[in-house]
Design a protein around this ligand. Structure first.
Ligand code: FES
Length: 136
């Protein structure tokens, strides 16, 4: 049962899932970070529904890189446009989890503005949303 740890704004959330019980949400490839995150309400963001057309689902692998599917050309091409790209970056909707892994969500994500054709770079509002959700 793969254990997936997400580091978000300095805090960790760990979930476990059973192979074969996914896809959970049809967001990204089955058993990808995005698919698993959506099921467990982890705030991994996406702007294209997991079709490798944005970089909003960018994650940085901290441990367990060997437990992920290999990177295909379309993911590599798309990742080239990600804010804060690292040698251990992956797209959360494309990287399929095969074993224990630890990833960090970058502080910023790059959202594509569909109508204007431009690119909007914004600080994640994950923490603010979490605070709002916690407020009665
Ligand atoms: S959700 Fe758009 S590329 Fe992953």
């Amino acid at each position: 049962m793969p254990k997936v740890t997400f580091i978000i704004d300095g805090e960790t959330q760990t979930v476990e899932f059973e192979h074969g019980e996914v896809p959970y949400s049809h967001h990204g490839k089955p058993e990808s970070f995005l698919d698993v995150a959506k099921h467990f309400h982890i705030p991994l963001e996406h702007a294209c529904g997991g079709s490798c057309a944005c970089t909003t689902c960018h994650v940085i692998i901290k441990e367990g890189e060997q437990n992920l599917s290999g990177m295909e050309d379309d993911e590599a091409d798309r990742l080239d446009t990600a804010w804060g790209l690292t040698a251990r970056s992956r797209l959360g909707c494309q990287a399929v989890i095969k074993g224990d892994v630890v990833c960090e969500l970058p502080m910023y994500t790059r959202n594509y503005v569909q109508e204007g054709g431009g690119i909007q770079l914004g600080k994640s509002d994950r923490k603010e949303r979490k605070t709002q959700e916690a407020t009665p």
